[in-house]
Design a protein. Structure first.
Length: 720
């Protein structure tokens, strides 16, 4: 069911419009407008949807009449939208085709739309309304290109990279646990040093042995228990419900046939199907073995896609089962969900405690202290979630390549998969805009979803304004695009869609999208941006040389450096020192100063030569949105909603995480933000200042130096 029960008629009308059911859309939208006052907050959105419905059903006169009323609206952007739509309706109704129109035919009496539903329009921020494209060559017009009727299977590709990614994820997960243990041991060793050398007290020598075997056995237990652990988490926190194949058949008969065929071909039971009662579009698969596999989708995903698009999403999930990557990802999923669940539940408890009011001052103070302690636990748990997330990034990116190919091979419908991915991406961004925060499912299950919610924000904003060649120019032409995905859960959108469209060429199908890869810019890589990484690698190399020299001396009978040959803590210690030195070397270029900050976000995001080190100073005005209360104490979910779209903000208090906990972000207030635009696969702004009713200063520069110096000192302390 919809998560917005007050707007049932409006949502039903927009959904019907997206599915091409224009008569139902007209009835629902008309009923909504009849039942509401003319100044209702969503009246504009309903009227714009009704114009589209009239246009698609061939009722040009009614569409033109409604557009004429919208041309009298007090908001300039609404008047502009109505004027542009009027021009389009008149051209289509008269059969006139511009001289420079493309060769494809223009269907009379029909206007095709680019998104599953019109973008949400808030009357208080009417600048968000965008003009309708005036030319039929715009990339947002769905071609609804067809599918293969008979097709040869795509050539097999080597699964070596996927296999390495599976092994690498397991090693990364084990290494992360070992790193946490080593850091805690280093802190204990530093405490021991202070107590014994400075205070001259006696203390027990800390044990720094890493229990690798115990960690491995624990991960093995989690692996086999992952389906039932995930069942409990999804049912308890997100309301997971079983989904029968009969219900699936009503949404998509093709999906029902695919489920049966896949199970028969693989000789496994039909995967358990589940549905999450949320409008957030999401789908993922988990389980330790194919016979224990579960495929979960949300109601929002089923509502956003057509029958063949739903089938394409399910086919990609079958691809994860066929390649067995879902089992490895399930282990990572459990490892991520445990700290994330602690983070969210502690945040909820803390917010509830702060609402309690007592007349007794002492009791109130105890409640406040308890809430602060719980917030600290929540923040620590979120830190563990972000740390463990790294272990699954490589596998998450690699498996997408194979699942997309498998889905196209299974359905013969690469165009349907492309439309499904784009519509899901747009619906995800619109959900964030509507709810003014990022849903927990989007963040915690990002590695397992068909698309990345962070990429969705960028894609939806640019898709509405620029051509595909401009939209994907950075993905194909930037010199650092390969390195930019290291912290991303999904491949670059441009290269992914381009690969899917290449399957259309192999089957001689008309492609849904015309994607022309841009030539790579002549800009050379600026290696200075990788100075911390190079510093770490240099430190490890130096430690290896010392270790090798000590071993050679030991072989020749010289035992003076025997301790060096057995001290493996040199490797992380020298890596920390190198990281700190590299960070200091990069500092000035990473945080440039400018008296004339730029303000055109769309222009900057479409520049193919921007990199992390080439970061322009930017100044934007908008509204701060994100989760409220304790769940956003560290600014985990902080976005700026401007007239040109959303952009993610990275804010760090001058007092670090403690400062963030003590000074919450004024969510919901208008703000002027200045900072450095970091253009990557998922762009963001490193905040310098946030001016609302007061001025907030970030400490990115300060903490960059503190982390660098702290790494050097920690490395030296570990050696000593």
């Amino acid at each position: 069911m919809s998560s917005f029960p007050a707007l049932d008629e409006l949502e039903a009308g927009l959904t019907a419009l997206q599915n091409g059911q224009t008569d139902d859309a007209i009835a629902q939208l008309t009923q909504f407008l009849t039942a509401q006052e003319s100044d209702h907050p969503d009246a504009l959105k309903a009227k714009m949807g009704l114009v589209r419905a009239y246009a698609q059903s061939g009722k040009s006169d009614d569409a033109i009449a409604l557009c004429q009323s919208l041309q009298l609206n007090q908001h300039e952007k609404v008047r502009s939208w109505a004027t542009q739509m009027m021009v389009k309706l008149v051209l289509v109704d008269s059969g006139f085709v511009p001289i420079d129109a493309p060769t494809q035919s223009i269907r009379r009496k029909r206007v095709e739309e680019r998104s599953p539903e019109p973008a949400p329009i808030q009357p208080e921020s009417i600048g968000a309304v965008q003009p309708e494209p005036t030319s039929p060559e715009t990339p947002h017009v769905w071609r609804n290109a067809g599918r293969a009727q008979r097709w040869q299977p795509l050539p097999r590709i080597s699964s070596t990279r996927l296999q390495w990614a599976k092994v690498g994820s397991a090693i990364a997960l084990l290494s992360t646990l070992s790193l946490i243990w080593w850091v805690s041991g280093s802190i204990a060793w530093a405490r021991f040093t202070v107590i014994t050398r400075l205070l001259r007290w006696n203390a027990e020598l800390p044990d720094q042995t890493i229990p690798v075997l115990q960690f491995g056995l624990s991960l093995l237990i989690l692996f086999f228990a992952s389906p039932w652990i995930m069942d409990a988490i999804l049912k308890g926190l997100y309301g997971l419900k079983p989904l029968s194949t009969a219900v699936i058949a009503r949404h998509s008969a093709e999906t029902h046939r695919l489920i049966q065929r896949f199970s028969q071909q693989r000789k496994i039971p039909i995967p358990k199907l589940g549905i999450l009662p949320t409008q957030t579009p999401i789908a993922f698969t988990y389980g330790c073995l194919p016979k224990f596999a579960r495929i979960v989708v949300s109601q929002g995903l089923l509502d956003s896609l057509s029958e063949e698009e739903i089938a394409a999403i399910y086919a990609s999930e079958f691809g994860h089962i066929a390649h067995w990557d879902f089992a490895w990802m399930s282990l990572i999923m459990v490892t991520l969900q445990l700290p994330y669940s602690i983070y969210r539940q502690c945040a909820i408890v803390s917010d509830r405690l702060r609402k309690f009011k007592f007349n007794h001052a002492f009791v109130s103070k105890l409640i406040e202290i308890a809430a602060d302690v719980i917030v600290a636990i929540s923040a620590i748990a979120y830190g563990f979630f972000r740390l463990f997330r790294w272990s699954g990034l490589w596998l998450s990116r690699q498996r997408i390549v194979y699942s997309d190919r498998y889905a196209c091979d299974l359905t013969g419908n690469p165009n349907g998969l492309a439309r499904a991915l784009i519509k899901t991406t747009i619906a995800t961004a619109q959900t964030i805009k509507y709810e003014k925060q990022t849903h927990d499912l989007l963040e915690s299950f990002e590695l397992f979803s068909p698309i990345s919610y962070q990429n969705a924000i960028l894609f939806e904003e640019l898709f509405d304004r620029v051509s595909l060649s401009t939209l994907f120019q950075w993905d194909f032409a930037n010199c650092d695009r390969s390195e930019s995905v290291l912290n991303c859960s999904h491949p670059l959108t441009g290269t992914r869609l381009s690969k899917i469209m290449s399957y259309c060429q192999q089957w001689h199908l008309e492609p849904e999208l015309e994607i022309e890869p841009a030539a790579q810019t002549k800009q050379k890589k600026n290696l200075l941006q990788f100075a911390p990484l190079f510093g770490s690698l240099t430190g490890i190399t130096i430690a290896f040389l010392f270790w090798l020299i000590a071993h050679l001396l030991y072989v020749t009978g010289n035992f003076r450096l025997n301790w060096l040959a057995s001290d493996y803590s040199l490797f992380p210690s020298f890596a920390l020192i190198g990281f700190g030195i590299g960070t200091i070397v990069r500092f000035n270029r990473f945080f440039p100063e400018s008296r004339n900050p730029q303000t055109d976000l769309i222009h900057l995001l479409t520049q193919p030569d921007l990199t992390l080190i080439e970061s322009p100073v930017i100044r934007l005005e908008g509204t701060l949105i994100g989760r409220t209360g304790a769940s956003n104490q560290l600014a985990q979910d902080l976005l700026l909603q401007t007239e040109t779209g959303l952009i993610r903000l990275h804010h760090c208090s001058q007092f670090g995480a403690i400062g963030n906990l003590l000074s919450p972000i004024p969510i919901g207030q208008s703000a002027i933000v200045t900072g450095w635009l970091r253009r990557s696969a998922t762009p963001w702004i490193d905040v310098d200042t946030i001016r609302t009713r007061s001025l907030l200063r970030s400490g990115h520069q300060t903490w960059s130096l503190i982390v660098a110096i702290g790494s050097i000192l920690l490395g030296i302390a570990q050696i000593l």
